[in-house]
Design a protein around this ligand. Structure first.
Ligand code: ATP
Length: 241
């Protein structure tokens, strides 16, 4: 469904953030993207969602295909219309708007009213807490609730591929577990997911395949269970020896 080949991304002339990246996500897959600070994880999501230019970056080589069509030259709104939606790092809900208004804003990207109605029902089922807080300002929610709202807002357009940038960042362990279960449910409902995480334990539990980025290159790739068992991943990302 998503296929990245030979991707190279640069910021300006001097920074090469990604090089020779190849990866695939199947229609019902969850791909975990692991790696330390500055490895290029956010850059990868920006390239797929078309938002690189907003950050001064550009695709210098290679291609990104979604459902066999090139998307690496499309603008972000068109990529959303094709069914790829990102939840950026730091959640970025509209703090002064209510929960309900945030969700409605997400629904503007839906292909049709029917898609929007189905998405609304799905979000209500996945996140009962958002219905309880519908009239509250988003900025007053807890960090975990804001993350749920950010994911719910993204789901409102009925995406086929959801891109999540560090959803567990800054959350208490219990909330990380909740977010992980929600990602699992979203996947079980037929939406593919790319999950960028520093929390490798969480990501490898949820994902079926994984890649490890190191300074802009794919250092390891394979089934999530295999990576979880590998000595390198154990040592570097899972606190093993
Ligand atoms: P983190 O977990 O810290 O967000 P990351 O794996 O997501 O790290 P990126 O943010 O994608 O890494 O950064 C990859 C490289 O690109 C780093 O060397 C970073 O300094 C550089 N970079 C990222 N954004 C920009 C930008 N807007 N302008 C210039 N360089 C950038």
């Amino acid at each position: 469904m998503l296929s990245v080949r030979g991707l190279e991304v640069r910021y300006g002339r001097s920074v090469t953030a990604l090089e020779e990246i190849d990866l695939d996500v199947g229609p019902d897959g969850v791909l975990a993207v692991l790696g330390g600070n500055g490895a290029g994880k956010s850059t990868l999501l920006r390239a797929v969602s078309g938002t690189l230019r907003l950050h001064g970056g550009a695709v210098a080589a290679g291609e990104i295909r979604f459902r066999d069509e090139r998307i690496d030259r499309l603008d972000p709104a068109e990529i959303v219309r094709r069914g790829v939606v990102a939840v950026p790092e730091g959640r970025q809900v509209f703090a002064r708007m209510t929960v309900e208004e945030n969700l409605r804003a997400g629904g503007l990207g839906a292909r049709s009213a029917a898609v929007r109605t189905a998405a609304r029902a799905r979000v209500a089922e996945l996140f009962p807490v958002l219905a309880e807080r519908a009239t509250q300002r988003a900025g007053l929610l807890s960090g975990g609730e804001q993350q749920m709202l950010a994911i719910g807002r993204a789901l409102m357009s009925g995406p086929d591929l959801l891109l999540l940038d560090e959803p567990s960042l800054g959350l208490a362990p219990q909330m990380v577990g909740r977010i992980a279960r929600i990602v699992g449910e979203i996947h079980a409902q037929g939406t593919a997911v790319v999950l960028v995480e520093q929390n490798a334990t969480m990501a490898l539990e949820v994902a079926d395949t994984a890649v490890v980025l190191e300074v802009g290159r794919v250092a390891l790739a394979g089934p999530a269970a295999e990576l979880a068992a590998s000595d390198d991943v154990q040592r570097l990302y899972l606190g093993g020896h």
